[in-house]
Design a protein. Sequence first.
Length: 115
Amino acid sequence: MATITPTLMTGSGKRTLAMTTLSSSDTFAFAPHVNMILSLRNATAGALTPVIDGAGGTTVGVSGVGNVDVSAGYAVGSIAAGAAVTIPLDSIAQYLQGTIALTGGTGIIATLTRS
C-alpha cells in the first residue's frame, strides 16, 4: 500500500512532481478547499478501472435529486492503456470521507497537487 504524496503548488517557479506507482490498494489524505487535483496515468498494457472510496461515505442528500449512495466509492471509469485522467477532488468530496482507499489501479502512475 502506497501513500500518494501531494506536491504543493504555492509560490513561484518549478516544482518536482511527486509520482506514485499504484499497487492493489493505495491511500491519500484529502483536504477540502485547497484545489487538490488527482491525476492518474495508465502506464500498463491494458485498461484499468480504479475506484476511490472513503470509508466514511454513506448517503448524501442532493438538492433536486434526493439521496445519493456514495458508500461504494467514486468509480473513475475505464482508463485505456497510455491514457490519463485528472479529477478535481473538491468535485467528489462526498466520496472522500474517512480513510481513503484507491483500488483497481495497479500500475497507474498517480500525482496529487494542491494549493
